[in-house]
Design a protein around this ligand. Structure first.
Ligand SMILES: *[C@@H]1O[C@H](CO)[C@@H](O)[C@H](O)[C@H]1NC(C)=O
Ligand SMILES: *[C@@H]1O[C@H](CO)[C@@H](O)[C@H](O)[C@H]1NC(C)=O
Ligand SMILES: *[C@@H]1O[C@H](CO)[C@@H](O)[C@H](O)[C@H]1NC(C)=O
Length: 312
């Protein structure tokens, strides 16, 4: 655990009062991040970091937990870009590249912090010690072209960038395979794990990574039916989108929920002649509406997770 300016010297009493006040507070276990050891002045708050001003940044950053990766990164960002004071004991800076090389692509912008380039993060203070530096390296050493560095996290199992970066995701038209692949490239180890486990769709095969095939865990329509591709199911989600989600789903619960829209999305294929082509699609009932909403929620969860990772 790092020592912050506030808990040194004569401010022990302060720490003691704070600890008493925390007792009985429902989230006593959850220590919030202190992005800036001394809260930002209004002047400092007006500065811009990425897509927001430092004041909004500080507010958002305080919602994370004190020990989270994102908190350590934000504390570095605060000192580097919002004028937060460097904690007293911090004298060293982080190496962006594992061997201290500064032979990087200086002009390259960080994908998740608009306006900030690799040059800007070459010499940031080691705010929380080695933890700050290892997170910074995990996220950006590869992105900034440090010599001989391989990415710590990739969407495609081979490490390749997906061949069709412009392919949109079925559950969020504003997200593309290229964005997701980039998100993986600049993720911390924890974010990498979350990206891999929390999304109920096999994004690697959806994005046509070399050597991958769709899991085909489920199919929207039974044999002998075709998909009414242009029918809108909910919001702007069409049967074609749901067909894609079904093909690439990795969660059987999602498959079950798919059955709720058979009535709407599947039509008898007159040309179907196979002997076993007598499956009848289940009718949608009113109770299914509830279940259907939950599949949407899973999808929205997946995409909001990714959006939330866009903050440094
Ligand atoms: C920061 O931006 C928000 C809008 O997102 C604005 O309300 C606020 O006044 C700004 N803060 C400063 C200090 O400029
Ligand atoms: C370290 O950096 C130098 C460039 O300064 C490079 O030539 C060398 O290959 C790097 N070594 C490793 C292990 O990354
Ligand atoms: C599948 O999704 C359901 C509903 O969100 C969830 O409860 C379950 O844990 C998921 N299963 C797997 C294997 O991820």
């Amino acid at each position: 655990m790092m020592t912050v300016r506030r808990s040194t010297t004569s401010s022990t009493t302060f720490a003691w009062i704070v600890s008493i006040c925390m007792v009985g507070v429902s989230h006593a276990q959850y220590m919030n991040c202190t992005p800036c050891d001394i809260p930002l002045s209004e002047e400092a708050g007006a500065k811009v970091i990425g897509a927001m001003n430092c004041s909004d940044w500080e507010y958002d950053a305080m919602l994370d937990s004190k020990d989270s990766e994102i908190c350590h990164l934000n504390r570095v960002a605060g000192v580097a870009f919002c004028g937060c004071e460097v904690p007293d004991h911090v004298t060293e800076t982080c190496d962006l590249c594992p061997n201290g090389s500064v032979d990087v692509n200086l002009d390259r912008e960080l994908p998740d912090v608009p306006g900030v380039t690799c040059a800007d993060i070459l010499n940031v203070p080691k705010v929380d010690g080695d933890q700050s530096c290892s997170l910074l390296q995990a996220k950006y050493a590869f992105w900034c072209d440090c010599p001989k560095v391989v990415p710590t996290c990739t969407l495609c199992p081979t490490g390749a960038f997906p061949p069709k970066p412009d392919k949109g995701l079925p559950f969020d038209r504003n997200l593309y395979c290229g964005d997701i692949a980039t998100e993986f490239l600049v993720s911390t180890p924890k974010q990498c794990q979350e990206l891999k486990s929390d999304i109920p769709v096999d994004l690697a095969s959806y994005c046509e990574c070399p050597g991958t095939t769709p899991p085909e865990t489920c199919s929207l329509c039974p044999d002998g039916y075709f998909v009414n591709e242009y029918v809108v199911v909910e919001n702007d989600l069409t049967c074609a989108d749901i067909h894609q989600i079904a093909r690439f789903s990795t969660n059987e619960t999602v498959c079950e929920i798919m059955e709720d829209v058979h009535g709407k999305c599947c039509s008898v294929d007159e040309g179907w002649t196979a002997a076993d082509g007598n499956d009848t699609p289940a009718e949608s009932s009113s109770s299914n509406v509830v279940r259907w909403s939950s599949v949407l929620q899973i999808m929205i969860l997946g995409s909001s997770l990714m959006l939330s990772l866009r903050v440094l």
